[in-house]
Design a protein around this ligand. Structure first.
Ligand code: ZN
Length: 85
């Protein structure tokens, strides 16, 4: 194993070998004036964090509506693809 600090792994920012697994959701992409971003290993993880954020910061329950949830999911970007291009 490499010497990558486990705390960074736990936070989802660094993985030995690259960034190809990182998904990101930026609140601003939803048209909200907000600088919050969430990242995660999978779409589900990112979506879960986005739902949490929307609820606590904006009083919007994304999980209440399939349309909203799908909209939020469509905004999730794959950081790996961006890093490679
Ligand atoms: Zn926000």
């Amino acid at each position: 194993m490499s010497g990558t600090p486990i705390v960074l792994l736990a936070r989802g920012w660094v993985k030995p070998g690259g960034w190809d697994w990182v998904k990101r959701f930026a609140c601003a992409d939803a048209g909200v004036v907000c600088k919050a971003q969430v990242t995660g290993e999978t779409e589900e993880e990112v979506l879960g964090k986005a739902v949490e954020h929307a609820r606590s910061a904006h009083g919007v329950d994304l999980a209440q509506s399939t349309t909203l949830a799908n909209f939020a999911r469509s905004l999730i970007r794959d950081d790996g693809a961006a890093a490679r291009s």
